[in-house]
Write a protein that binds this ligand. Structure first.
Ligand code: HEC
Length: 171
């Protein structure tokens, strides 16, 4: 008798779990975000880009041959590897292995960045829609080569990688 009860309880739980999973799949896959919500994410990404660019510019202004290692650590802490919403990506002897392209968006974006082209995509990652964008970076300051010793002494117009951002799009 107790066994029967246990089994029927188990079945009910299973049905509820399957129901929730199916609902989640249907919700996630079938509804691309509205233009309005994509626009909102695009505007957020513009603000975020300006914030990051200001922070990087501040660091470059302060980088000297004497504080290269500290500057590298400061940049690494801002671009914490756990934060997937903002990444510096490159394939030219990257300072961190984690900075190599990690998915198809980043591979495509990095290829375009090395030719100076930006890239934008609205796509789902797991169950979340994202506005993803890549901003190509050139060796546009003399300080680049202090930390990236494989870059030519700058400034030069060589494209070296990209800053990649992703903004979750509101439901
Ligand atoms: C103070 C040192 C420093 C300076 C100056 C600097 N970078 Fe970096 N850069 C870093 C660090 C550290 C990382 C790795 C960040 C991380 O943890 O993801 C990085 C990452 C990158 C990446 C991703 C690939 C890689 O090498 O890891 C690119 C591309 C890049 N930087 C371009 C530039 C450009 C272009 C400039 C000049 C405009 C520049 N950097 C100046 C320290 C520096």
């Amino acid at each position: 008798m107790r066994l029967r009860k246990l089994i029927s309880h188990g079945l009910i739980v299973l049905v509820v779990v399957i129901g929730f999973s199916l609902a989640a799949v249907a919700r996630g896959s079938n509804n691309p975000p509205s233009n309005e919500n994509v626009q909102f994410a695009r505007e957020t990404s513009d603000l975020m880009l300006n914030e990051l660019f200001a922070a990087l510019t501040q660091e470059f202004n302060e980088t000297t041959p004497n504080n290269v290692e500290q500057g590298k650590q400061a940049i690494s802490l801002i671009f914490n590897d756990k934060n997937k919403d903002m990444r510096l990506v490159g394939t030219l002897a990257p300072l961190e292995e984690n900075d190599r392209p990690r998915d198809s968006f980043e591979r495509q974006a990095n290829m375009l960045a090395l030719a100076g082209q930006p890239y934008i995509s609205v796509e789902r990652v797991d169950d979340q829609w994202y506005y993803r964008r890549s901003i190509p970076l050139s060796n546009f300051r003399s300080e680049c080569a202090l930390c990236h010793t494989n870059f030519p002494p700058g400034p030069t117009s060589d494209w070296v990688g990209a800053l990649m951002l992703r903004v979750p799009i509101r439901e």
